[in-house]
Design a protein around this ligand. Structure first.
Ligand code: ZN
Length: 389
């Protein structure tokens, strides 16, 4: 019965208003009677649990006027929230058909109809509706956001890119970020085919729409590396550090390889030490330790690690310390014990997620450019804190 109450609320409001407004108009008497019959028939159907028939009558009874249109929207949105999409669609379609509605209400009806289609997974129809209201001041930006969501779901990157002029006009950072990632998707395919010029063009486009897209620089570094242009690739990695310090630990290894190819490892370790000092990243710390160990010996590296762990303890740092103790230990028994501890820490770390979404908190051991939970682009970054970076 509670469900019926919900359904009746907006209907009763609209009907009450309609009856009140018309009570003084004698000439509307017959129309009123007609609506009254439809209303009571609708209620009868509702009470006898024939909800689809009830809706037909109630929509008719609640004749769409400027003041009742809100009741229609409320009713349809209620249906959609309850997952009764066919009913929401029926009401919104009815509203769209009302030629006398003010343009603002009509735009709302088209926009809401788009949302119904989207919820029902009817992407082509939703796309049509959202495209219709793209120029609307109230619904344009929201419709554009939904359209990009649709193209993301259907992987129609080119269709999303076709909207670039509209997106640029909005100056909306999230949409520009999405657009840049659509270019990155195309660049990823081109990278697989090793199409050097095309990849660079696509990524330059991505960076022009979102200069903070570290994904674009990461892809650019890869194509440069594939073509042995290590100096350019190194610059891309340095740019990633400027763009997103949280993401940077991901590229430490390939960046190191680029510097080795150029025979300028010292420069790399100067940079990585700066990264460690500025961010406290455990990946940067571990990388720097390999340098200290090979250059100044294990004791110097251990000393550095101990002071680092005192300042900012991390499990990865501790695991490395145990490893160093093992190589240093001459006693087999102690070494075995340390090995067990090291394996235990490794098993623990393997169970922990390596990435977390900065938007919705989704955790994962695998990296995704688009979060599987909230679908936000470039939001999965290495976990920070005791168990992470
Ligand atoms: Zn997320």
């Amino acid at each position: 019965m509670l469900e019926l109450l919900f359904l009746l609320l907006p209907i009763a409001m609209g009907y009450g208003w309609f009856m009140g407004r018309n009570s003084i108009k004698q000439k509307d008497q017959s129309a009123k009677q007609d609506l009254s019959i439809k209303y009571s028939t609708g209620l009868n159907y509702l009470l006898s649990n024939q909800q689809d028939k009830a809706i037909d009558y109630l929509i008719e009874a609640l004749k769409v006027e400027d003041d009742t249109v809100e009741a229609h929207f409320a009713m349809a949105n209620l249906f959609r929230r309850r997952g009764e999409l066919d009913r929401a669609l029926k009401v919104h379609e009815y509203l769209v058909r009302q030629s006398h509605l003010p343009s603002q209400d009509k735009q709302q009806a088209v926009f809401e109809l788009g949302k119904d289609f989207l919820s029902a997974g009817l992407y082509d129809r939703a796309e049509k509706m959202f495209t219709k209201v793209l120029k609307s001041k109230t619904y344009g930006l929201k419709a554009l956001t939904y359209l990009m969501q649709i193209f993301q779901s259907t992987k129609d990157w080119q269709q999303g890119i076709a909207l670039k002029k509209v997106i640029v006009k909005t100056k909306d950072k999230r949409l520009l970020h999405t657009l840049a990632n659509f270019y990155c998707e195309l660049a990823t395919t081109a990278l697989e085919k090793d199409e050097f010029i095309e990849v660079l063009e696509l990524l330059e486009n991505a960076l022009s729409y979102d200069p903070n897209s570290c994904r674009a620089n990461w892809l650019m570094a890869q194509i440069y590396e594939n073509h042995q242009q290590y100096r350019e690739a190194s610059q891309c990695y340095r740019d990633i550090y400027q763009q997103d310090k949280d993401f940077f630990p991901e590229v430490i290894e390939p960046m190191h390889a680029c510097y080795v190819h150029q025979d300028i490892e010292e420069e790399f370790f100067t940079f990585i030490r700066k990264v460690y000092e500025e961010t406290g990243s455990s990946s940067a710390l571990l990388k720097y330790l390999t340098y200290l160990e090979s250059r100044y010996g294990v004791n110097k590296a251990k000393e550095f690690l101990l002071s680092a762990l005192k300042r900012r303890p991390t499990i990865r740092g501790f695991k490395h310390f145990v490893k160093m103790q093992m190589t240093d230990s001459e006693d087999n028994h102690t070494s075995e014990g340390l090995d067990v501890i090291k394996e235990l820490i490794s098993a623990y770390l393997n169970m922990r997620p390596r990435y977390t979404c900065h938007t919705c908190g989704f955790n994962s051991s695998t990296h995704y450019w688009s979060c599987p939970s909230c679908h936000g682009w470039e939001q999965l970054k290495p976990v920070r804190g005791l168990e992470g970076e």
